[in-house]
Design a protein around this ligand. Sequence first.
Ligand SMILES: C[S@@+](CC[C@H](N)C(=O)[O-])C[C@H]1O[C@@H](n2cnc3c(N)ncnc32)[C@H](O)[C@@H]1O
Length: 240
Amino acid sequence: MLKYRLLYNVLVCVLKRVSPLRIRKKKWAQPELDACPYYVAEPERYRGGWSAFFGNDRPIELEIGCGKCTFIAQKALQHPDTNFIAVDIKSDMLGVGRRNIERLFSESGRRIDNIALVTFNVEMIDRLLSDSDRIRAMYINFCNPWPRKKHNKRRLTYPRKLMLYRSFLTDDAVICFKTDDDELFCDSIRYFRESGYTVSHVTYDLHHSDIEDNIMTEHEQMFSTEGIPIKYLEATPAAR
Ligand SMILES: C[S@@+](CC[C@H](N)C(=O)[O-])C[C@H]1O[C@@H](n2cnc3c(N)ncnc32)[C@H](O)[C@@H]1O
């Protein structure tokens, strides 16, 4: 049954000429982002000084591959004393994300003062953040699994990237990683360990685990509706 449902979803995407992980071009996205006070057009300017962007010294957390931003919006609403940087490589995705953030904040009657939206390729994330930014938590939710061996290095959990992340994470920082993909999950446990991180809170079925306060992402909603268990872990970097 599950297999047919998945096949059906893929077929719908093929007929609509979009990949299940792709987004159609949105002409309005970039103009809306350019007019948005918390969209950072030249983010490299803030490297080492993100507190100046937020105008305060609150701790900073980061989501990479944030997609349509419903996760980061809910996080930012739940934690008004924390600043959040949300990064995605696609402006079209962030355009949809901005609208979701506006909607969720307006439903809560709160002003948006703890989010920065950034279009950036994580491959070069060390140009965006330095150890002075003291990132204390980082979220990697449902990154593309890149299953072909020759593409594995594009994964957001690949060891080269984990070493880059180490350069701006505090010693007690935590990376929270969620995926639907078994192979990516198993490989990532190995990547984290090989890169000197300590892995904890490993579960192969997050929604039936004792981990509390989970915030569902868009992909998490989709995969769990299809009956696919969500895999989750936390990783802390080795002390410098
Ligand atoms: C499968 S979606 C997951 C979106 C969201 N995190 C969720 O759980 O619903 C993966 C996201 O990562 C973004 N992405 C992929 N490679 C990236 C990269 N190198 N740098 C930044 N974002 C990237 C994609 O544009 C996409 O929005």
